[in-house]
Design a binder for this molecule. Structure first.
Ligand code: 0O2
Length: 218
């Protein structure tokens, strides 16, 4: 039986496009390298901040390549024809790296240090902490480009970097689970509850910064 991933791949990439597409080993390797480079950059920035602050700010990182299903559903949502060219040009988050930082102000510190890296271009910044999404979602998003050297070629590879606190990460994880239940009556009520908790979490993040500052002042 044909696996769902294969079926989706055929729709997204189109016949004959697969070698050049996201399923190709060249794209996969480049994308994995981009995740490794970005992760290394986050660790270097964390080391730099450790020297300045005497504490680490990076709690954890993870990276992923967007699945074919997720590419398709995003194209559908945004009304893009799901061709390889369109997806490459219009989707910024084919490659995604998430960095969870201890405190809200650490999120901005981390972004500032990354800004000083000459081999990282910040293409777009979306501050969903200052201006949360209507769902209540909060995070700082940087659309970045980094050079990846592969097969005697240098390619600037685009990726989405999501920076957030553990509380924001916890909230987004629960909200993500709810996405799969959309359309159900109970899901609407839960969504309203989640929105309320987004506010609670925002206040908690602020209070934690205040407490940390008081601890530092002792
Ligand atoms: P997944 O499954 O994480 O890949 P753009 O075209 O760049 O202007 P785009 O791509 O719609 O706009 O970006 P946006 O709205 O900044 O969101 C990109 C990603 O942020 C999403 O990717 C999610 O990972 C996360 N995100 C945004 N809004 C929410 C939200 O309300 N709840 C949660 N849990 N995550 C959110 P995808 O492709 O939607 O999903």
């Amino acid at each position: 039986m044909e696996r769902i991933e294969e079926r989706v791949s055929k729709i997204v990439y189109g016949a004959g496009d697969i070698e050049e597409g996201f399923g190709s080993s060249s794209f996969q390797v480049t994308a994995r390298c981009a995740i490794d480079i970005l992760t290394a950059k986050l660790r270097i920035a964390d080391a730099e901040l450790y020297l300045e602050l005497g504490r680490n700010v990076l709690v954890h990182t993870d990276g992923r390549l967007k699945s074919a299903e997720s590419i398709l559903s995003k194209c559908r949502k945004k009304g893009y024809d799901p061709t390889y060219e369109n997806v490459q040009e219009k989707l910024n988050d084919l490659i995604g790296v998430r960095a969870v930082c201890s405190f809200e102000d650490d999120v901005y510190r981390m972004a500032e240090v990354l800004k000083t890296h000459k081999d990282l271009k910040i293409i777009k910044k979306k501050d969903y902490i200052k201006t949360p999404k209507s769902s209540g979602y909060r995070s700082l998003h940087l659309i970045v480009e980094i050079p990846v050297y592969f097969q005697e070629e240098r390619r600037w590879v685009r990726a989405e970097l999501q920076l957030r606190t553990p509380a924001m990460d916890f909230w987004a994880g629960v909200d993500h689970q709810l996405r799969y239940k959309k359309g159900k009556e109970e899901a609407v009520l839960i969504g309203e509850g989640l929105k309320e908790y987004a506010q609670v979490i925002a206040e908690l993040d602020k209070k934690m910064v205040e407490l940390r500052r008081r601890i530092e002042a002792i």
